[in-house]
Ligand binder design. Structure first.
Ligand code: PPS
Length: 300
């Protein structure tokens, strides 16, 4: 398969279907066997998230922490989706994230996935790879996903907002239920110590502090000054105007409908939910989110 998502013609508006109990679209399941047989290396780092939780932000941070000093040209010339391939995406015979990951020349290899924990290829666990998981509060995550579904021409049409809220609550989303995703990874963390579970809201609150924590987890010794520069460089406005991080070169996305780097805020949900929708959502949320140790901030 060739590896050029800028030229690939993506299939338009795919339909959700049930895949091993998770709502998926073919673009993320068609390469399943190959993806499941992916051979991870012990130093690979997997960046795992539910879609729209801060994947690109953390990917850029990790790329800068590892390669910003040794290979500064990299961030200026290679788009983020090639530096950090999306493992399960595939449009055969044109494009495969798995092939791109196989061919990554870097050590470590940084690899992105939106898989729920039970879909992760077994070699990542066998090799005891480090995994960075980013979670975002349900309401903002849903708002971001809604606008992304509008502009991502491979995803199902989002329909109107009030219907979309119900789809989200039922887990009828690409990559399935947000509730199952964040809880599944949280539970895995209790038995697999190489998961660093982060929150989008914490990164908004203090990016430098979260970079410090990432460095501890990854045993990185970047200088305090380097970390400060990285924290500044990855602020929303900088990443939004940076063509190598803003996805403006990715053919699947229609920027005339909405930008990829949209608002980058906590509590934008308040501009979308009515009072009644919020009450219904909160009631349902309480029933689904029973684990008191997993708490999200919906405003700050
Ligand atoms: S994807 O398509 O799943 O990989 O998207 P993902 O990168 O996970 O999430 C996109 C949302 O993250 C926001 N974002 C940021 N917010 C703050 N600061 C920085 N640097 C940043 N980079 C990305 C992006 O704007 C999307 O959120 P919304 O709320 O839609 O703006």
């Amino acid at each position: 398969m060739s590896l050029d998502p800028e030229k690939a013609v993506f299939p338009s508006r795919q339909q959700l279907f049930d895949f091993h109990g998770v709502s998926m679209i073919p673009i993320f399941t068609t390469n399943w066997e190959n993806v499941q047989n992916f051979q991870a290396r012990p130093d690979d780092i997997l960046i795992a998230t539910y879609p729209k939780a801060g994947t690109t932000w953390v990917s850029q941070i990790l790329d800068l922490l590892y390669f910003g000093q040794t290979c500064p040209e990299r961030q200026k010339t290679i788009p983020i989706y090639e530096r950090v391939p999306f493992l399960e995406i595939a449009v055969p015979p044109l494009f495969s994230g798995k092939d791109l990951a196989d061919k990554l020349p870097t050590t470590p290899r940084l690899i992105k996935t939106h898989f729920p924990v039970q879909f992760v290829p077994k070699s990542f666990w066998e090799q005891n790879c480090k995994i960075v998981y980013v979670a975002r509060n349900a309401k903002d995550n849903m708002v971001s996903f809604f606008h992304f579904d509008r502009m991502n021409i491979a995803h199902p049409e989002p329909g109107d907002w009030s219907n979309y809220i119900h789809r989200f609550m039922e887990g009828k989303m690409v990559f399935g239920s947000w509730y199952d995703h964040v809880n599944g990874w949280w539970k895995k963390k209790q038995t697999y110590s190489n998961i660093h579970y982060m929150f989008y809201e914490d990164m908004i609150e203090d990016t430098e502090r979260e970079i410090d924590k990432l460095c501890s987890f990854l045993s990185l010794s970047n200088s305090a000054e380097d970390k400060k520069i990285i924290a500044g460089g990855v602020q929303f406005d900088n990443m939004k105007k940076n063509e190598m991080t803003n996805y403006s070169t990715f053919s699947i996305l229609d920027f005339k409908i909405s930008p990829f780097m949209r608002k980058g805020k906590v509590a934008d949900w308040k501009n979308h939910f009515t009072v009644a929708q919020n009450e219904v959502f909160d009631e349902d949320y309480k029933k689904k989110m029973k684990d008191p140790t997993l708490q999200f901030r919906t405003e700050m």
